[in-house]
Write a protein that binds this ligand. Structure first.
Ligand SMILES: Cc1cc2nc3c(=O)[nH]c(=O)nc-3n(C[C@H](O)[C@H](O)[C@H](O)COP(=O)(O)OP(=O)(O)OC[C@H]3O[C@@H](n4cnc5c(N)ncnc54)[C@H](O)[C@@H]3O)c2cc1C
Length: 322
């Protein structure tokens, strides 16, 4: 009996967002006295080394050609087996695109109750979660024997290393889901940091007016070593790919600094970035809702101030010899 954390990997690399789920497991372990174990698919050597120092009782390593590329169906087969063999009572993952896609299937297959995107643990079965684009906090009680939980990454710190090493167990899964096949993954390649892991995010909205103008934000991002994000309006217009979208139906970010350029601040956008440490907004409309949550606001034409800001920061960097 225990707690199972499902970790996310991409090309063998551990996704750091998964570490928030480990912190959640540690808290549930403190409350229930249950041990937590980790499940990781096809990790590379570094990632396996890293996860074996996260304080888990055991790390289950699942390898195989059917897990090389993620499909919820194949991954669920493996998780089902681990849960049935070990009697896990909690299954936890971070609510990234991966966690959001995988866990509902896991819950359905195991007849578990599920709570999504929790922000707080009250007791062994009661959790707080956000609803309606973050406007309401609800308290949810899971009475099911198996509890499936996705964790809002920004609400839980990323788990740190411990001194002792976990036991590693290779799990053999011969089954394969045949009714669906992975065909190809189209990934946006970028030299910039990953949106959900960046310390600084420069985000663009419809105010940028034309995809050509996105380079203004990119130049600013490059001086700051920042990731690029976008509002849904920009993504819907096809100016940037879907994986740049921040918000309720996009990614949740909480960088040290979030710079919103030409973004009005609709509640669905705010839901994905309001936990950022410092929010800076540039908008020509002084009434734009984004200014209600911004720590720093600049009422100005972005086409004038963004290039100015980039030039000033470049100069400062040169003076600092960076
Ligand atoms: C179910 C649902 C889910 C949604 N999920 C998301 C989501 O995940 N993420 C998301 O972002 N949205 C989401 N939306 C859409 C959301 O409601 C807004 O429509 C969207 O966020 C608006 O994007 P925007 O701020 O870029 O555009 P707009 O609202 O059009 O704002 C553009 C802003 O640019 C400013 N501007 C214009 N020109 C300039 C200039 N020259 N200089 C400076 N400022 C300028 C304007 O003053 C304006 O404030 C969702 C909506 C629904 C219904």
């Amino acid at each position: 009996m225990g707690i199972l954390v499902v970790l996310e990997t991409r090309n063998g690399e551990l996704k750091k967002a998964s570490l928030s789920a480990v912190t959640c497991a540690r808290k549930i372990s403190e409350i229930t006295g249950l041990k937590y174990r980790l499940a990781i698919f096809n990790p590379n050597e570094n990632s396996l080394e890293e996860v074996s120092y996260l304080g888990a009782e055991k790390v289950f390593v699942i390898r195989g050609e059917q897990f090389q590329n993620y499909t919820a169906e194949n991954y669920t087969l493996a998780i089902e087996k681990i849960v049935r063999d070990n009697g896990e009572k909690y299954i936890i993952a971070t609510a990234t695109t991966f966690g959001k896609d995988l866990l509902p299937r896991v819950a359905a297959k195991l007849d578990g109750g599920m709570v999504s995107e929790i922000i707080e643990i009250i007791d062994d079965k009661t959790f707080k979660r956000l609803m309606y684009a973050g406007n309401i906090i609800t308290t949810v009680k899971l009475e099911s024997d198996i509890k499936v939980i996705s964790v809002r990454g920004v609400a839980f710190d990323k788990a740190g290393k411990v001194d002792s090493k976990s036991q590693i167990e290779e799990v053999k899964i011969n089954e394969k889901y045949e009714k669906k096949k992975f065909v190809k993954l189209e990934e946006t390649k970028s030299e910039r940091p990953e949106l959900t892991e960046a310390q600084i995010v420069v985000s663009v909205g419809r105010g940028i007016k034309d995809p050509e103008n996105i380079k203004l934000a990119e130049e600013l991002a490059d001086v700051l070593g920042a990731a690029i994000g976008a509002s849904r309006a920009v993504v819907d217009a096809g100016w940037l790919p879907n994986d740049f979208q921040v918000g309720q139906t996009g990614k949740t970010v909480a960088p040290q600094l979030y710079i919103a350029i030409g973004i009005s601040g609709a509640i669905q956008h705010i839901a994905g970035m309001k936990d950022s440490k410092v929010i800076a907004a540039i908008n020509k409309d002084p009434e734009a809702p984004i200014f209600q949550i911004a720590d720093v606001g600049l009422v100005a034409d972005l086409f004038q101030v963004v290039p100015e800001l980039t030039q000033k920061l470049k100069k400062l960097k040169e003076q600092a010899g960076a």
